[in-house]
Design a protein around this ligand. Structure first.
Ligand SMILES: [Zn+2]
Length: 434
């Protein structure tokens, strides 16, 4: 089903006049949407319900048709079960010959042996790449009983098998929405904002990794990808109504990072992802919208002995801990700073760790962010309070949902969390047209 938005933008894209109108409208809208959000104030912008507008992609990033993404869905695997969809499939091993037709419904047990890959007990030969492709590209091969992608590749080498799913980027995004947000209770505009952020992130990684074996991993290392709910109407709508839309800055894609809860102010990329320090939309913004998050404020109790053991497990050996001192961080925005380092005072001296390293070693589930507010000696350990959940850069997911609940549209949500970014139509072919 084509949305009003797509019809409207498609119509504009089809004529030169339309394109000029679109650019003019875009400039006006973008100026008004995105410029007002770069101020470091916590005031809420007015709701803007003008039609969505996007600028055409510059030639350097424009794509014809829907791109395919290569997702590493399993690493270091020793056994796999792949099921062929009803329409059948074709397999090839290490590019040899025409390959072999596989009938629909066939189960393939794939395992790694010292002599190479084995398929249903048949030895395929020296280690190589197994490629299995559904005959009908609309059908999905199943991995361990779950529908995954029309094409799978199994690579050998290193610590086991790496399984790559090659699939349409838009289908991949339904899996990312399912993996990243509670879509059944999230507002539709928050889902659309997440779809655009995730599409931007994926397109950026595809450009970065075009010479590598895959583009992204299916975990929090990139974006959590969980296929199985791709036919859910709310997910399909969020993807279709933002089809081909991504964010750019100065005509370039950038990694549109996101996190659960910022705690009041998103962070600049400079501290967390220093290689992106110059990306204007990742400089941080005030967020008055995530106060409903269960992680807006948190407290954690770090047991003295457990903390010492956890640090030791990470290769940091300290004596009996007497104090924790949180240091560094930008205090300019008037919010509790995201700390850059932790000084551990103990019986053998003092040890200084990067704040995020300390957080990961001590337990990232307890210490939800490095926006530490206070620390106190509780006798058996340390009582720590803080705000937010995650690295704090880019879109705040709970804030985005807070905005959606207050009636903001997705382009305003994106404008707040990626100030100065341009909403850009990177590819325009529609799902229905294929
Ligand atoms: Zn927030």
């Amino acid at each position: 089903m084509r949305s009003y938005f797509k019809n409207w933008t498609d119509r504009l894209f089809k004529s030169r006049n339309g394109r000029r109108t679109l650019v003019a409208l875009s400039l006006l809208t973008l100026l008004s949407l995105f410029s007002c959000t770069s101020r470091k104030s916590a005031s809420k912008p007015p709701v803007d319900d003008r039609p969505v507008s996007a600028i055409p992609a510059p030639e350097s990033i424009a794509i014809v048709g829907t791109p395919r993404i290569r997702v590493a869905v399993a690493k270091a695997a020793s056994d796999l079960r792949v099921t062929v969809p009803p329409g059948g499939a074709r397999m090839r091993y290490s590019g040899a010959g025409e390959g072999r037709a596989l009938p629909g419904g066939l189960d393939l047990a794939i395992s790694l042996r010292s002599t190479g890959l084995a398929l249903n007990s048949e030895n395929l030969g020296a280690p190589g790449e197994l490629r299995i492709e559904a005959s009908n590209p609309r059908e999905l091969l199943l991995l361990d009983g779950k529908p995954l992608a029309p094409e799978l590749r199994v690579l050998t080498g290193g610590a086991g098998m790496t399984v790559l799913a090659h699939l349409d980027l838009e289908v991949y995004l339904t899996g990312v929405l399912a993996g990243e947000v509670p879509y059944s209770r999230w507002g539709s505009e928050a889902l659309k904002a997440q779809a655009v952020a995730s599409r931007t992130y994926a397109l950026y990684q595809m450009k970065q990794h075009r010479l590598d074996a895959y583009d992204v991993e299916a975990t929090t290392a990139d974006q959590v990808f969980r296929l199985g709910a791709q036919d859910e109407p709310v997910l399909r709508r969020a993807i279709e109504e933002t089809y081909g839309l991504a964010l750019t800055s100065g005509g370039r894609l950038f990694p549109a990072f996101f996190h659960s809860t910022c705690g009041g102010h998103t962070d600049s990329a400079a501290g967390v992802f220093p290689e992106q320090a110059l990306v204007e939309p990742l400089k941080g913004a005030a967020c008055p919208f995530c106060t409903e998050s269960p992680s807006y404020r948190w407290q954690a109790e770090l047991d003295r002995k457990t903390l010492r053991e956890r640090l030791a497990a990470g290769g940091v050996n300290v004596g009996a801990i007497t104090a924790l001192i949180f240091e560094g961080g930008d205090t300019a925005n008037g919010w509790p700073p995201r700390r850059t380092q932790v000084r551990i005072v103990h019986s053998s001296g003092e040890t200084v760790l990067g704040a995020n390293r300390f957080r990961l070693l001590a337990g990232a589930g307890q210490l939800k962010s490095v926006m530490f507010e206070s620390v106190a000696d509780s006798g058996s350990g340390f009582a720590v309070t803080g705000r937010g959940f995650g690295h704090g850069v880019g879109l705040c997911q709970y804030g985005s949902q807070g905005m959606a609940r207050e009636g903001y549209r997705f382009q305003q949500i994106l404008g707040l969390y990626y100030p100065g970014a341009d909403l850009t139509k990177v590819y325009a072919e529609t799902v229905a047209a294929r």
